[in-house]
Ligand binder design. Structure first.
Ligand code: NDP
Length: 254
């Protein structure tokens, strides 16, 4: 797995690009939205809390980034009609999509498969995988109108190697890795690339709830892991598809 933590993105890397980020209101998604906007992208902020998305919207405007857009959607209750509505709105406003970062996820429980509540398992699969699939499917026509589109799926090291007590979360990330590979193979001759990215241990609310005894100050911040997020969204990764990346060197994997 390749890591581009030392990549230094040129300021105008994403000038003129339209990029959608899911779970853009907090943690890594917020940092990615800010970073993409800082490098010139018009960012569509998708999440379930409008007021929290507005905070990111205001922060992008305050730093002088291109005016973003907000798209409220709860991925836990989202239906195929909702994904089509996102696509239809984007088509009206922008006519195409150049980048899609699937970032939103929930952790579920940290218990054995035997003890796992199956309703919760289904909710985790819905947010982390089914919504990712549905959104991607609905947005493929718009991505196809870009001269060079990048779809980035957020994975985890437990989406690449199974580990005890990671149940639904781990399964959802394995499924995401599979979807990424299938899409890359289906679009071998197209101008859309599909890759996965494992952020590695990063100082966010999700990490804190997965590892409550860990000292968060020893972890990289979301802002510090942005180089690979930028590399995958920008022109340096053109032609690269179907690959699994890490945002941090192997030691910090999570
Ligand atoms: P956070 O919990 O900080 O952020 C998760 C984001 O997903 C939030 O914006 C959250 O919105 C959003 N989200 C959750 N449920 C829904 C929903 N039903 N509808 C819409 N949005 C939703 O997590 P991280 O920033 O840590 O995680 C980002 C990604 O990185 C995830 O895919 C995670 O699996 C992955 N990851 C993180 C690691 C880490 O160490 N932090 C390690 C490995 C992978 P809201 O605030 O409304 O809940």
């Amino acid at each position: 797995m390749t890591c581009h933590i030392d990549y230094q993105a040129p300021t105008g890397l994403l000038d003129g690009k339209i990029v959608l980020v899911t779970g853009a209101n907090a943690g890594i998604g917020r940092a990615a939205a800010m970073s993409y906007a800082h490098h010139g992208a018009t960012v569509i902020l998708l999440g379930r809390s409008v007021s929290r998305l507005e905070v990111v919207y205001d922060a992008i405007e305050a730093m002088g980034g291109p005016q973003p857009a907000i798209f409220p959607l709860n991925l836990e209750s989202a239906t195929p009609q909702d994904y089509l509505a996102v696509a239809s709105k984007l088509e009206q406003e922008f006519g195409r999509l150049d980048g899609l970062l699937h970032n939103a996820s929930i952790l579920g429980e940290r218990v054995s498969v035997e003890a796992y509540d199956l309703e919760l398992w289904a909710r985790v699969m819905q947010v982390n995988f089914t919504a990712t699939l549905g959104l991607t499917q609905a947005l493929l026509p718009l991505l196809g109108r870009s001269s060079s589109a990048s779809v980035v799926f957020t994975s985890s090291s437990v989406g690449r190697h199974g580990r005890a007590n990671w149940g639904a979360y781990s399964t959802s990330k394995f499924a995401t890795e599979g979807l990424m590979q299938i899409l890359a193979d289906e679009h071998r001759d197209a101008a859309i690339r599909f890759n996965s990215l494992n952020p590695g241990a990063t100082r966010t609310a999700m990490r804190q709830s997965a590892y409550p005894d860990e000292n968060p100050m020893e972890l990289r911040t979301p802002e510090e892991i942005m180089p690979t997020y930028l590399w995958l969204m920008g022109s340096s990764s053109e032609g690269v598809s179907g690959q699994a990346f890490d945002a941090q060197p192997p030691k910090a994997k999570a």
